[in-house]
Design a protein. Sequence first.
Length: 154
Amino acid sequence: MADHIRLRRPLDGPVSLPALPAGIAITPLWQTKPAELHALLRAAYAGGGGAVPDFDQWWWPLVEDQEFDPALVIIATAQGQPAGLVQCWTSNFIKDIVVAPAWRDRGLGAHLLNTAFAQFRHRGAPHVDLKVETSNTAAQRFYQRHGMVPVEPH
């Protein structure tokens, strides 16, 4: 049995953006500190659902990858500190989406996910995909509430 399932969101219709939670701003990658983004990923994945390697094994391969585009790293900040992020590849794929534990259940994840959908739709993508652990049923329900459906393996 596979340890991940692939989900897809068709982008053939409009994408609506939920409101940002109070106190949150969207901040470009160049205005953030990579070490703080790494710490956010570590904190968000501490309870499972994903993993991130040490900083040097994460940052440099990320920004040097041919599918990296800084415009596809959508960062939510609260008082200048990262509260959530979604990092996507140019191949219409969401690599990571995380929300800091203190900011969960406030609509931030929905805003980030739909912002990624809107970015890809603006770029003319027919759909966007991601992979989620088969054991992470809460995440699967979240993605399905936002129009993502399982993709049959080839």
